[in-house]
Design a binder for this molecule. Sequence first.
Ligand code: ISL
Ligand code: CA
Length: 554
Amino acid sequence: MAERMWWKEAVVYQIYPRSFMDSNGDGIGDLKGILAKLDYLKWLGVDVVWFSPIYESPNNDMGYDISDYRSIMAQFGTMADFDRLLSGLHQREMRLVMDLVVNHTSDEHEWFRQARAAKDNPYRDYYIWRQKPNNWSSFFGGSAWELDEKTNEYYLHLFSAKQPDLNWDNPRVRAEIHDLMRWWLDKGVDGFRMDVIGCISKTPGLPDAPEGGKLAWGGAFFLNGPRVHEYLREMNAEVLSHYDVMTVGETLSVTPKEALEYTGFNRAELNMVFQFELMDIDSGPGGKWDVRDWQVSEFKRICSRWQRELYGRGWNSLYLNNHDQPRMVSRFGQDGKYRVESAKMLATLLHTLQGTPFIYQGEEIGMTNVCFERIEDYRDIETINWYKEQMAQGERPVKEIMRSICAKSRDNARTPMQWSEAAHGGFTTGIPWLRVNPNYRTLNVEQERADADSVLNYYRRLIRFRRENPVVVYGDYTLLEPEDETVYAFTRRLGEVCLLTVLNFTAGEQTFASPSGLLPDNLRLVLCNYAGGETSVGPTLHLRPYEARVYLTA
Ligand code: ISL
Ligand code: CA
């Protein structure tokens, strides 16, 4: 069994503060709003809360463009509010993980103001400058380079032009980052989620991407770059190893082998990373907006590869959605007739795989994608830029563009939390910064709390189940029937204890033939998203649409 650690046993809940709870009617979620909901989080049973960025920011990318790492965004509240929130969490025996966005800053950060003031400014080398841009495209469309008119050079921005990339090859930059991390850790925060941390080291010389013409994807020269592990080991030695914290790095396009280089128990870098293989399952060759069908066998193959390859050597993070991704029930389940069943089915997967589960706000009530009809209702820079680009190209009909946006826009996840059937879902007494999903009248926390069979109460049960059964945290993993295109079934074992999860991924009834001889005969049903159902495992299980069952040795 792997060494026991609190962050392996924890369930994490991600809060997107702008959309969680507004306390003062300005339409923007805030820290006092979160404070008012701490008892809810405690009731739900989560151990750790992660806040998407709450630092001072011009909000070009909703807080992922930070202009001061040591102050709280005025719209969200004050440092005093933050201190109350942190102690409120600690009093309730929950921990807080902060978002650390240090691949880039805002162009309004003091470092960048200095850097662009003159070529010989001491801060110039905090960023990455060239007389001529290379051909890299940015994540948010267009070139990854912006001309700074005053000094007549270009700076690199992998994201928007208001998010200049920091130059991690400069030791002063790294020391500044270590300092600000210590500053938050000394305040008592319990760890960091590190934004695009796999992008911090760029290949020297910043070579052109070979394929493509004018603009091309330069990922080969900045994803898991040459010095990223050196920088993370240094950060661990300088900062992290001196505190009892958890860390999770966001690493785009990592394989399990690369993930082990970040998270291996002997590596002294990070505890876990977010992988994107599963999130890319429905993206075609044209990228995320090029939506394609996926197969259950493929889904199982991806999950199983990560389960197998990290077992005993590193640690998995588990997530099915977040603030950048569509709602899991709309994407991997079904948000119509079987919304409740399929949300619970996916929740069962999330909580019985090996790794640390991350719940994204609203997931626990089965919130769905929103699909606004008009582009004016969207707020996300990535969505808006892509829409404009597509319209300018004029190759695709608007309808088709809006269909992709409906499936993939990050705003699907960012519509306000649905607390009650009051106006705007009880999120605000004012006008919300992003429209509430109109289904809030029948899909909200208040109603689900009162309903014993709700998605919400099922999450509560799953979280408790995971806490009470070490096999879920530390057991090994075996996939059953890999080629089955309808059912995902796997076992987890720890010593004599065996757990069996069986999930129907379809809207039809299915049967599952349990592999004879492989399973102990004293398995008993402990969790199910329907009433009734076979309580022990015979040769054949009959599954209803999106049915989920968990069996455990008696
Ligand atoms: O959102 C994405 C897919 O639609 C990703 O390309 C995303 O930009 C990538 O996962 C990096 O995300 C992180 O860094 C971004 C920020 O916009 C995201 O919100 C954040 O999670 C830049 O800081
Ligand atoms: Ca507010």
